[in-house]
Design a protein around this ligand. Structure first.
Ligand SMILES: *[C@@H]1O[C@H](CO)[C@@H](O)[C@H](O)[C@H]1NC(C)=O
Length: 387
């Protein structure tokens, strides 16, 4: 058996010339000779294409390279082919895969480009850090497919197409596959049937809602995954690579859930420290997002800043001196980064009292951080009535 069959590679057949290809954190325009990427490291990868380099529809898919095994029979060759009707890379039949594998030796040297994580050759290991908690079950749930984990940028064109007679989504070849997110509802974070004090507490402390999500999707965490962190990872990277803004909304919902927990924070200090570390690692790559992850003056930035200020306040209330050091240290590192990068201050909050009004009119008194004249919690905020 030739060694070609044991070094992981991905073949991309029938690509149009000079198309934009991205793998993980690196994008490049293909040369006419290009047929794929070799020397893929083990772990998760996301490969995407776009027919133009300008900001347009991008279509990509996740795949996994298993850790090297002593028996070299593990499938290390992934084969996809360009489908010109839909302008994206689709899986191949077994026959096509076998045929491609046979011709591998002839193209290996000249036509496959070695994997690099980012331009400049500096391998920082970021990609691995940003994909640590993803599992096959999570991607299957998100994409609604067991085998083809595709995520795209919704084209305005595809949505508009419904309204143009004779141009349905089917005719443009773009099928809409909605992503199946965790179903976090920040407007309803209490147990069905909860009343009075229990409900009040669940509004002020979303630990119950966090636990529910984890319970509902617990099977996705099997084998070292973590459903909440995994969701945060995939969603962030889908903003970074294919600019899928449904994923940005989900990422914001996950943070809105996690950063408003008190009871869980006390009980699971290390987990929260991990969340803060992941958030910092993600924000460190925020500049790679076309146009910035969010313009720090806009809603997205204000939303996150408000959440972090609130979290800092909770942290101070939940832990006394000498407690919660893991989380405190991670928050400090995040603060240093946010201050240097965006000039954010998380400490300038002064506490005032206010009333939260729930949808059905019940009012709850709570302490609020300075909202800087506007409601920084965005659309999920209950109405605040000043005392
Ligand atoms: C995000 O990706 C999904 C799955 O490909 C797609 O259905 C959805 O329209 C995309 N949303 C945006 C805003 O790009």
């Amino acid at each position: 058996m030739s060694h070609f069959s044991t070094i992981p590679a991905i073949l991309l057949l029938s690509l149009p010339p000079s198309i934009l290809v991205g793998i993980d954190l690196l994008t490049f325009t293909t040369s006419p000779n290009f047929l794929g990427i070799k020397n893929l490291p083990p772990g998760w990868h996301f490969l995407y294409t776009s027919e133009t380099t300008s900001f347009s529809i991008r279509d990509g898919f996740w795949f996994h390279i298993p850790a090297p095994s002593p028996s070299p029979n593990s499938p290390t060759l992934i084969v996809r082919k360009w489908d010109s009707a839909t302008s994206n890379l689709i899986p191949c039949s077994k026959d096509e895969e076998d045929k491609a594998a046979e011709g591998l030796e002839g193209i290996w040297r000249e036509r496959l480009t070695p994997y690099r994580q980012s331009a400049g050759g500096e391998e920082k290991g970021d990609w691995a850090v940003l994909t640590r908690h993803i599992t096959p079950a999570l991607l299957s749930r998100l994409t609604g497919s067991e085998t083809d984990w595709r995520i795209t940028t919704a084209s305005c064109g595809a949505q508009d197409a419904d309204h143009i007679p004779g141009l349905s989504a089917a005719e443009t070849g773009l099928e809409e596959r909605e992503l199946r997110f965790l179903g976090i509802d920040l407007k309803r974070t209490w147990r069905a049937g909860a009343v009075g004090r229990e409900r009040t507490e669940a509004v002020l402390d979303r630990s119950w809602a966090l636990g529910e999500v984890e319970k509902r999707f617990s099977s996705e965490g099997d084998g070292g995954g973590d459903v909440v962190m995994g969701e945060m990872e995939v969603c962030f990277l889908m903003v970074l690579t294919v600019a899928n803004y449904s994923c940005l909304e989900e990422w914001k919902r996950v943070l809105g859930l996690v950063l408003t927990c008190r009871r869980a924070l006390r009980a699971r200090e290390r987990w929260f420290a991990g969340i803060l570390e992941l958030l910092r690692r993600q924000l460190e790559r925020g500049d790679d997002v076309e146009g910035g992850l969010f313009d720090m003056g806009d809603d997205g930035g204000a939303y996150l800043k408000g959440l972090l200020k609130g979290f800092k306040m909770i942290l101070g209330q939940v832990f006394g001196q000498g407690e919660g050091d893991d989380v405190k240290e991670e928050l400090e590192e995040l603060e240093v980064f946010l201050k240097a990068e965006y000039g954010w201050e998380l400490s300038d909050a002064f506490v005032r009292k206010g009333m939260l009004e729930l949808e059905d009119g019940e009012q709850i008194e709570m302490e609020l951080e300075d909202m800087e004249g506007e409601d920084e919690r965005g659309e999920y905020a209950p109405v605040v009535v000043e005392l």
